[in-house]
Every structure is written in structure tokens, then in C-alpha cells.
Write a protein of this length. Structure first.
Length: 239
């Protein structure tokens, strides 16, 4: 069996952050597998983007192509059955009485890491990689570093395995995330992320912007677009 810390399992949605995390993992681990989740998301188009991104990643580097292994798709639609959110139902995006955006799906990342951990121990993988970030904090408590630290310890105890969680974007804003992609794979990776990944909460892929496809007005699009603009401005100032 492959030594656990020589391999990683990337939580891969088909979006910008998880694609960047995938490149990050491929630069560091000898074997990398991916896991995706169908949770009845409103923007299910991201699931259609996943195989295109994986194919494009393989084309970018022969080393990455050799390291990138099996992709796993998991049915997590039980999350949708637990109650309505703006990510799983056709409701307007808004703030809730609890002070959280209704795009927050309670328990989503906790369930994802539990399922990923269960798969990882079967696959001889010791590191789970996710694109959670608290710098561009959107109010999601399951994206915080403290949450992931607690989740890691729970997995280590509950699975009796040396499971670790890597979150390379945790302290990066979106501009820095674009820069990380540039550092990892140059212009080719940045261009691929812009063309093939999906972020828009509404599932809109009709309009192509400099930063990619999307409605341009939902919180995810605004975050991605603003990060792109700040990154581009920073490159101009650097030159």
C-alpha cells in the first residue's frame, strides 16, 4: 500500500478553489485522487465541469498526468432533503435571522470530510485537501481553520488513522488564489481555470467574463471577479 503521506485526496467540486488545490496537491504528492459530491446543488453544472477540468489538468503537465489517479463521485443528496438553502433550492440569496447567508448548507463540509476520510482509509491515503478559506470569509462556520482542526482530530480518532487535512487557501484572499494558480501552472493553468471551472451559485455559464463564466452578481461571482481585478491591478503595479 502507498505510504499515506505520499498521497492525497482532493475535495474537488469543479470550481476555481478546488482546481487550484488540485494543482497544489499534484505539485506535492506522488499520487492524487479526487472526490466530488452530488448534494442536489442548484449549480449542478459544476458537476459537468469536473471531468473537463480533470482532462485539462492532465494536458498541462506530464508529471501531473502521471500523478492524477481515480476520481470518485459520491451521492450526498441527503443534504438537500434536510431543508431548503439557496444552494439547493430555487430561493433568493439572502441573510438569515441567524446572521448567516442562506447559501450556507449546514453540515455540508463536515459530511464531505467524513465521507472523504472514510474513502481515504480504504485507499491508503493520509491527506485530505480542501479549498476552504476564512480570509474571504462568507459566514460559513465550516470553512474556518478551527473547524477543520477539530474535524481532523475527529477523523484521526474515529478512523484510528493518521488522517490530515490540508487547506492551502485558508489564509489567502481571491487575488492571492489567482496568484497561486499562476505560481503552480503559469498562464496555462490560469487560462484553464478561467475557461473550464465553475463558481457561479446560479449555475450561469452563458456570459464569459475575464475571470470566467457566471452571472456576475451572485456572491461567488463577485468574489471571484473582485479577486481577479485586484490580482490584475497588482500585476500592473509590480511591473
Amino acid at each position: 500500500m502507498t505510504q499515506p503521506l505520499s498521497s492525497a485526496l482532493v475535495l474537488f467540486s469543479g470550481g476555481q478553489d478546488s482546481a487550484t488545490c488540485l494543482a497544489w496537491a499534484l505539485a506535492r504528492f506522488e499520487r492524487v485522487e479526487t472526490i466530488g459530491f452530488d448534494y442536489g446543488q442548484r449549480h449542478a453544472i459544476e458537476l459537468a465541469c469536473r471531468p473537463k477540468v480533470l482532462a485539462a489538468i492532465r494536458q498541462l503537465s506530464p508529471v501531473w498526468a502521471a500523478r492524477l489517479g481515480e476520481d470518485h463521485m459520491i451521492d450526498a443528496t441527503v443534504l438537500k432533503s434536510l431543508g431548503a438553502t439557496a444552494m439547493t433550492h430555487e430561493v433568493e440569496i439572502s441573510m438569515t435571522a441567524a446572521g448567516l447567508p442562506n447559501t450556507f448548507v449546514p453540515g455540508r463540509n463536515l459530511l464531505f470530510f467524513t465521507l472523504a476520510g472514510a474513502l481515504a482509509v480504504r485507499r491508503g491515503i493520509g491527506v485530505l485537501v480542501g479549498g476552504m478559506c476564512e480570509t474571504d470569509y462568507s459566514g460559513y462556520p465550516d470553512c474556518r481553520a478551527d473547524t477543520l482542526k477539530a474535524q481532523e482530530e475527529t477523523l484521526r480518532l474515529g478512523l484510528d488513522a493518521d488522517i490530515r487535512i490540508g487547506a492551502p487557501l485558508m489564509y489567502l484572499d481571491k487575488a492571492a488564489t489567482w496568484q497561486l494558480a499562476q505560481d503552480l501552472g503559469g498562464d496555462a493553468l490560469v487560462a484553464m481555470i478561467g475557461e473550464e471551472t465553475h463558481t457561479c451559485y446560479l449555475g450561469e455559464r452563458g456570459a464569459r467574463h475575464a475571470w470566467g463564466y457566471g452571472c456576475g452578481t451572485c456572491p461567488a461571482c463577485e468574489l471571484r471577479a473582485n479577486g481577479w481585478q485586484r490580482w490584475q491591478a497588482g500585476k500592473g503595479n509590480a511591473s
